[in-house]
Design a protein around this ligand. Sequence first.
Ligand code: HEM
Length: 501
Amino acid sequence: MDVTLTFLESQGCGSGEYAQKRFKIGHRYSYTGCKYADALHGFEAGSRRDRRPRADEGVQFPVVPEDSKLRRCAFPVTSALCHALRIKGHVDLTHAMSSQPEMPTFPFARHETYHPPPENAKLRRECPIAKVKLFDNSEAWILMNRKDCCAALESEHLSADRRHPAYPEIHEGGAKAKEQRPTFVNLDNPEHDEQRNMLESWFTHDAAEKLRPMISRVVESNVDRLVKQHGEHPEKPVDFIEEFAALVPPQVIYHVLGIPEKDIPKLSRDSEVRTSTARDAAQTSSQNLQSYMKDFVHQRVEEPKNDLVSHLVVGPYKEGKLTEDDIVNLAFLVLVAGNAALINSIALGVVTLLQHPDQLDELKQTPSLAPKVTSELLRYHTASALNSRRAVKEDTEIGGQPMKKNDKLICSVQSADRDEDYFKDPSRFDMHRPLNPADTLGFGWGPHRCQGEWLSRVELETVFGTLFTRLPNLRLAVAVHDLDYSPPTQNVGITKMPVLW
Ligand code: HEM
């Protein structure tokens, strides 16, 4: 029996060289393509190459007459077919053809509190390599599963350079960002490695461990301040974001950069305003920080000490590889790169633990479980879900899907962190899940994997290992649904979080 199906090229699944092909049931094919296209053609879903057709398992396949107008089908139809094939072994094509939804627009919106947009799970199930529409009506590939995201983020055929015309912007502000001089986050090699290496010794696993005592002091002093200002048992709710979560991450970075202790309270307020308030105030605070950083870098050029900025001065600056302005840009990058993701991870972590009281009790009994809690929170929330975007530099193939030069590509690392083929019961928060640091794609993958990962881990471990020991009655003053969340199409976060303790 033969099966012939045609897929709409623009919808992703099964397109490209396999767009229209005859498959002979009972034969063995070396076939690459979307896993649902595989299933449709009689291969076990899930893996990619050289699988035995399932005809010998007695599955019936739909036969499409050569002259049928039903030969054009879009991916939702293929998924319906796959589903039916796997469950019943037979499908009525006419019925399956009845609806053909539009290409979804990216970024997808969260529907409920902090939970990932439902499109993630749907696409992962139905068409893990799909096409989405962006705000400017352009189209981009989106990769939903972990294996394909890793392959893409390792690929030399893709570019992270924001100035590349095919770099996918996801809102209008992106066009402005394109004009700015990029830091290594948005550069390809060799420039990327050259700049990244200048900072690397400050962000290794060992370097982050050495910072643990300083980070502990910062966390403890912020809890001390909370208690001093609001009492052992406050009567009025306190905004956890403004009074704690938004202060700890910049204070840690200020210490790393070498900012004098006396300037930190004022600067950390500017950092807090920069990330959380109205546009004008945020802009003023951002300018304050920029101009402070400029003066600070100049001081270190005159008189280097033992900190990250001085390290850039005595090395690359003296060797003529960086200008003073370059150092200001890099210092600012380090300050802002992971700030929002860390603030959100702290807040989301507290809420998630409060919603899982058994696990929270365990953590209170055994604070040394904080690293496990941290790893699972990073996977569960993927606080930096929109970053891993790339331009296709030359014709290539990812996960069996041909991609053309100048195509746009988005790796949904948030979806990858819930990939059922990799994680067992991925929508469950389980701090005992056996996780290696590299399992989560929340910090990206490949040469651009987050440089602040180890620092972030130590910081979050310290926060979750300290907070509930010092404030065992910490609780929300409103229902989880009544917290203020970041806009649903932006990275998941909490903007207001009244608490008591
Ligand atoms: C929970 C906290 C954080 C999360 C979830 C996070 C997430 C990410 C992700 C997903 C990327 C990859 C972007 C891409 O593929 O294009 C990235 C890159 C980066 N992050 Fe983070 N980040 C966090 C904290 C930090 C911190 C605290 C710092 C600074 C100390 C930092 C500095 C960087 C830098 C410099 C890069 C660019 C690396 C490169 O291009 O080689 N991040 N981060």
